[in-house]
Structure formats: structure tokens, C-alpha cells
Design a protein around this ligand. Structure first.
Ligand SMILES: Nc1ncnc2c1ncn2[C@@H]1O[C@H](COP(=O)(O)OP(=O)(O)O)[C@@H](O)[C@H]1O
Ligand SMILES: [Mg+2]
Length: 282
């Protein structure tokens, strides 16, 4: 099955953010600006004589400012998709463009530089460098660039403050809590102002209160217009995103939009609005 995003958008009863939500979040714009465009992406793994098709004819467009949760049960193809989106892996067939650049045909060298500049990664286990302090960890993606951008250290400092670590600049990962380490990772993901922020079970290792604080940070980034793709198997995380893409056996199972705006608070503001909209095209 192949579902183009446009068909989902045009589907009957497709839940669309209300104009108030649009104003509230600033993300519901009439003209879409494609950031990541995937067409006919298939990824197969060969195991001896057997071929596992982890992703099948996947076509989708992620637009600027969108906040997607990518969901699905174990084995549905989430990691495969995230690895492709992050240019860590290459598809067996199909095309993939980020901001109009064909990333499938790029050389490994060009790709690793491109990745550092245009993609921000947030992992479940933070993946910070233990020997580096907070500021240095935030600056890691800059090390992969040919040229050190001017004022980058100041930017790192601002980002550290932005994620609430202004008083922990010279702490090492070991000296930080899990939530604080993930804040460093979020700041690191933003240092090059990437086209896409990719998160893999970003709250998976955190207690619920800390997870909620991290999700609030994502809400803020979304409100600022960042494009976020978050893989999760937890429904409370999926409920916080703007939209949900659900995979099943390497295919798109459904595409839906959560009605509640990310910055809206329950009860008074969304009185009669259900928490999440019914799924489209199931
Ligand atoms: N390196 C690999 N070699 C062989 N099969 C793989 C490999 N990686 C993933 N798969 C298979 O591809 C399918 C999708 O896997 P994955 O993308 O990891 O799913 P998810 O992240 O949703 O659990 C599964 O059937 C899995 O067994
Ligand atoms: Mg996985």
C-alpha cells in the first residue's frame, strides 16, 4: 500500500488543525515547504537466500515546521526508516531529497558533511562524548564542518541556556542526570540549525516527569518552526506530536493529525476537542 500525503490531507473527515490552532502554533500554513521528500523507497535486507523487505515503496513528504511521530509495532520498519531519513543507511531503490538535494547519489564524504549540517540527531541513550563537557558536546557537529562558523561558541552557550543548562556548562555527561544529558543532546542537534531534527525514542530512558519536560522542549521547538521527526512506540509521546505516521510491515498503515495544538493546554482551551483525532486511511 502506498499513501501519498496529499491523499491523506484530502481524505474525508481528515482532521485539520483549526484556524485558532494555526495562529496559536504558527505552523498551519497554506503553502507547504517540503524538507524531506521520499519516493518509492524500498529497503531490503538479504539474509542468505532470504530477503527481508523492511520498507516497501515508501513515498512521503515531510514539510517544514511539521512535528511527526513515527509509530508502529516492533519490526514495522521504524528504525529502518529513521536510518534512511538520517542518511545513515541507503535505500535499495527509490529517491530521497532533503531541501532539494539528492542525498541517495551523494558520496560518503559529501554525505557525512551534509548530515552534520542538515540533520540533528537525538538518541534514546543520548550518545554524548564522555570526555567532553556540556559546551564541547553541543559543538561536536561543528567539528565535521569544513569551516567553523563565526560566533559558534556563543551560539552553543545560548543553546545550553536555552535547554536550561546555563549553570552546567563544564559538567561532563557522567555528572548530569539523564534528563540533563538529553537536554545537551537537544542543544547539540540544534547547533547547525539543521533542516530536520530526528529523534529515536528520545524519552525512552527517562522517568515520566523528566520525559514530559523533554516533550515540552519539543513543543517549543515545534512552535519555533523546527521540523521534527520522532520515532516512538509510546502512545503518550505520539499524542504530543502534531501528526502521526504509523507503519506496519514496512508499509504506511495510517496518517493522522492530533487535534490538540502542541502549546494548547487541556480543558479550557480545547474544551470540546477530543485529545486526538480519528485516524485517516486505516
Ligand atoms: N540488519 C538487518 N538485517 C536483516 N533484517 C533486518 C535488519 N534490520 C532490520 N531488519 C528487519 O527489517 C524489519 C524492520 O526492522 P526495524 O526497522 O528495525 O523495525 P522497528 O524499528 O519498527 O522495530 C524487521 O523484520 C527486521 O527483522
Ligand atoms: Mg527499532
Amino acid at each position: 500500500m502506498k499513501i501519498e500525503q496529499s491523499s491523506a490531507d484530502g481524505a474525508e473527515d481528515a482532521p485539520v488543525a483549526s484556524p485558532e490552532h494555526g495562529q496559536e502554533t504558527g505552523v498551519t500554513t497554506p503553502s507547504k515547504d517540503p524538507v524531506a521528500v521520499l519516493k518509492g523507497i524500498t529497503r531490503e535486507y538479504r539474509m542468505g537466500d532470504e530477503v527481508v523487505r523492511a520498507l516497501h515503496e515508501f513515498s512521503f513528504t515531510f514539510n517544514k515546521g511539521e512535528y511527526w511521530a513515527i509509530m508502529g509495532s516492533s519490526g514495522s520498519g521504524k528504525s529502518t526508516l529513521l536510518n534512511l531519513l538520517g542518511c545513515i543507511d541507503r535505500p535499495s531503490t527509490g529517491t530521497y531529497e532533503i531541501r532539494g538535494r539528492d542525498v541517495v547519489s551523494m558520496s560518503d564524504d559529501a554525505l557525512s558533511s551534509f548530515r552534520g549540517k542538515e540533520l540533528g540527531f537525538i538518541f534514546q541513550s543520548y550518545n554524548l562524548i564522555p570526555q567532553l563537557d556540556v559546551l564541547e558536546n553541543i559543538l561536536v557537529p561543528v567539528m565535521y564542518q569544513d569551516k567553523i562558523p563565526e560566533g559558534i561558541e556563543e551560539r552553543a552557550l545560548k543553546l545550553a541556556e536555552r535547554v536550561g543548562l546555563g549553570d552546567r556548562l563544564h559538567h561532563r555527561p557522567m555528572q548530569l542526570s539523564g534528563g540533563q544529558q538529553q537536554r545537551v543532546a537537544i542543544a547539540r542537534s540544534l547547533i547547525n540549525d539543521p533542516a530536520l531534527i530526528l529523534a529515536d525514542e528520545a524519552t525512552g530512558n527517562l522517568d515520566s516527569k523528566t520525559a514530559d519536560e523533554i516533550l515540552e522542549l519539543f513543543d517549543e521547538l515545534h512552535a519555533e518552526g523546527k521540523t521534527i521527526l520522532l520515532v516512538t512506540h509510546e502512545s503518550y509521546v505520539g499524542d504530543r506530536a502534531e501528526k502521526v505516521l504509523r507503519l506496519k510491515d514496512g508499509n504506511i498503515e495510517s496518517v493522522s493529525e492530533n487535534r490538540r495544538g502542541p502549546k494548547s493546554r487541556p480543558v479550557s482551551e480545547s474544551a470540546s476537542t477530543p485529545e486526538s483525532a480519528p485516524e485517516v486511511a486505516s
